[in-house]
Every structure is written in C-alpha cells, then in structure tokens.
Design a protein around this ligand. Structure first.
Ligand code: NAD
Length: 360
C-alpha cells in the first residue's frame, strides 16, 4: 500500500500527511495520519493498541483516518479526517511522560490535527495530553469537556434507524417493530431506552452477564437471547450491532431476517462486497459511520465550548442525512454505503474548493 496517490498503484491511499513520532525515553511510538483537511483541521481519536508490527499500525491509522474524513464530512462538521495510533500495550506502556510526549507531537502540527479518545485511551488520558497541546478534545467535564460521548452516539443511531424505518415501512418510527440490540454497553443501553420509549419491542444480547442483569432489572419487557447468531436468525425487523466490528459477514447475511440494519458498531461490514450481498437480499443497511457520528459530533462541539443542546440538535440531523443517502442510493441504483461515500466526497470537493476563493 502506497501513501502517495498514484494511478499505477490501485492501493495508494492519497493521504495528505503521515507523521511518525518517537520518544525513546518514554517508549512512545506513534503514527498520526491526516487524510484530508479540505473541510478544516483533521479530527480523530488516538488508538493505543499492541499491534503485531509497525506495518499493522500504519495500515490501521491509514484506514481509520480516511474513515474519519468521510464521517466528519457527513456529520456536517467543518473538520477534516485524521487519526493517530500509539503502538504499545495501554495497560503496560501508558505513562504520563509517554502521553505528554505524544501531546507535544500533536502540538507540533500546529492545529492541522485534533486528537480525542479511541480504543485504549480515555478522557483522563486526554487531560494529560492537553498539558502539552491545545489541539485535543474529548476531555473531562472538569476541564470543560463533553464527557461520555455514548449519549449522543445512541441518539444519532436512533435517528438513523428512524430514517431507515421511514424508507422501508413509510413511517419514521420503530413503534411495533422488533429491534435486536447486540451489545448492551454504553451505547446499547441508551439506544434500548430510546427504542422502548418509541414503542419498539427490543430483543437484546450481550456476552457480559452484568449487562444482561442490567437489562432484566431495568426493562423486564426486553427479550434476552443467547448470542448474536441466535438474534440474527430470529424474527427481528431491525438489527442493531452495538458491540464489535465485522458483525455483517458471509455467515450472518444469508440468515439475517431483519429488513434494516442500523447500529453503533464501527466497521460492521466484514469485507468489501457485503454491502452488495445485503442489498441483493433486500436488507437496507444504514452505513455505520453515518449513523454513529453522534459521538464525534459531541467531541467536535467541545472545540467551540461544549453546549449539549447544540450538539444534540446536530446529532438529530443524522435523520436527514440518512434519509438523503437512502434516497440517493435509490436514485443512483447503488447500495447506501456507496451513496454515503459519494455524498461525503461531494461535500469535501464542494466545500473544500471554496478555499480557492482568495480573501486578501
Ligand atoms: N461510545 C461511542 O461514543 C461510540 C461512537 C461511535 C462508535 N462506537 C462503537 O459502538 C460500539 C459500542 O460502543 P460502546 O461505547 O457501547 O462500547 P462498550 O464497550 O461500552 O460496549 C460494548 C458491549 O458489547 C458487548 N459485547 C462484546 N462482544 C459481544 C458479542 N460478541 N456479542 C454481544 N455483545 C458483545 C460487551 O460486553 C459490551 O457490553 C463499538 O463498536 C464502538 O466502536 C461507539
């Protein structure tokens, strides 16, 4: 995979900038990937993960930063796409000096990249990073941060699901539908609450017994099933993957009975081509990065000084964006995932182009 855009190398990624950062003393090895700043500074979290190799770390940061450009574009943000990875074991290698060294590298980019939390990094870590850089968001409430982003993530997923329901059944509600929520974590719990309030019948599963106990105690009307495979094959109208990536694969799609898939999990399609398989089976897939953008909307709002109502309003617009994507998909005869990519690319080109208008 080449980083520079090339017509000869079909796997070239076309990233604007990729920065390798090392501080031997603290053990920091980080890669910051900036895919695009066409819409504004690149925003994306920092993943702290024990990759098997430097090549794996590079591959991940390139994929993730590209994904953020598309997600931020469709979330209507004036932000480009970036992401960072720290190569190491967060349980063993994370230290104040490592995080602060990382913060200094983020600062050295002068605001081309804003960082935030991701797998392996937490709000408290961002407070440490922020001691060396002003280009960090997703901070603790005590430091003016927005706090737990799962609140607006769940709200946005619910909005996307409503738009999908409207597209399939003619009315923007889940009332009377059976919705399978796979993963009752931070997002899944909030989503379950929205669905029940809307009048849906919820079926849930989780591998963690504590999550099952929570749902039994909080919502006794929820049907608990044993495992995502059982849920997928059961009589559900909507499938909401809210655990890990790869929920839609070659085994799942052929047995899926739901007419709609809309959930919070990132990278739900196990590989390219699954979106076509879903479309061929008449399943409407609301692209994950469109419907789960509530979290990034929340942390992005923090850059302006966090205002929950303003951020919620923006996350509510995920309904309109999902509707537009589904209509475009029908009009252009492509799966929604392809329509979403086209819409994101259009916004990056249309708005990014305005920078060519000379100001002074
Ligand atoms: N939190 C956010 O703001 C946010 C934003 C965008 C995307 N996401 C994505 O949404 C998903 C959920 O995020 P979260 O913050 O709720 O995470 P979480 O860790 O709080 O919850 C995940 C839940 O899934 C359960 N789980 C794990 N494997 C499972 C399996 N095989 N079957 C059923 N349940 C399983 C876990 O026990 C846990 O309860 C993740 O993929 C995350 O990347 C989250």
């Amino acid at each position: 995979m080449g980083v520079f855009a090339s017509t000869e190398d079909p796997d070239s990624t076309g990233h604007e900038q990729v920065v390798f950062c090392q501080d031997k003393q603290s053990g920091l090895k980080a890669i910051i990937g900036i895919y695009s700043t066409a819409l504004g500074p690149a925003l994306g979290g920092t993943r702290f993960y024990p990759y098997a190799s430097e090549a794996d770390a590079l591959h991940d940061v390139l994929e993730l930063s590209r994904g953020m450009a598309y997600k931020n574009a469709l979330a209507g943000l004036d932000l480009g796409g970036g992401k960072a990875v720290i190569w190491g074991d967060p349980d063993k290698d994370k230290s104040e000096s490592l995080l602060r060294a990382y913060g200094r590298f983020v600062q050295s980019l002068g605001g081309r990249y804003y960082t935030a939390c991701d797998v392996g990094t937490y709000v408290a870590d961002m407070d440490v990073v922020a001691r060396e850089t002003s280009f960090v968001t997703g901070r603790s409430v005590e430091h003016g941060g927005a706090g737990d982003s799962s609140v607006l993530t769940a709200w946005g997923v619910f909005q996307g699901m409503r738009a999908a329901a409207e597209h399939v059944w003619g009315s923007p509600t889940l009332a009377g539908r059976r919705v399978g929520v796979a993963g009752l974590g931070k997002v899944g719990k909030h989503l379950t609450a929205h669905l029940i309030e809307d009048g849906a019948a919820v079926v849930a599963t989780d591998v963690d017994q504590r999550a099952i106990e929570w749902v039994r105690a909080t919502y006794p009307q929820v049907d608990v099933v044993n495992g995502a495979a059982a849920m997928v094959a059961s009589d559900i109208d909507v499938y909401a993957p809210c655990a890990l990536g790869g929920a839609l694969d070659d085994d799942t799609v052929p047995v899926l009975r739901a007419k709609v898939v809309a959930g919070a999990a990132n990278n739900q399609l196990a590989h390219a081509g699954i979106e076509k398989l879903l479309a061929d089976r008449g399943v409407l897939y609301a692209p994950d990065y469109v419907v789960n953008a509530g979290g990034v909307i929340q942390v992005a709002d923090e850059i302006e000084g966090f205002n929950f109502e303003r951020a919620k309003l923006r996350a509510t617009r995920i309904f309109d964006t999902t509707r537009e994507i589904l209509q475009l998909a029908d009009a252009e005869g492509v799966p929604p995932a392809v329509a979403a990519d086209r819409l994101a690319e259009r916004r990056m080109a249309d708005i990014g182009r305005l920078r060519t208008i000379h100001l002074r």
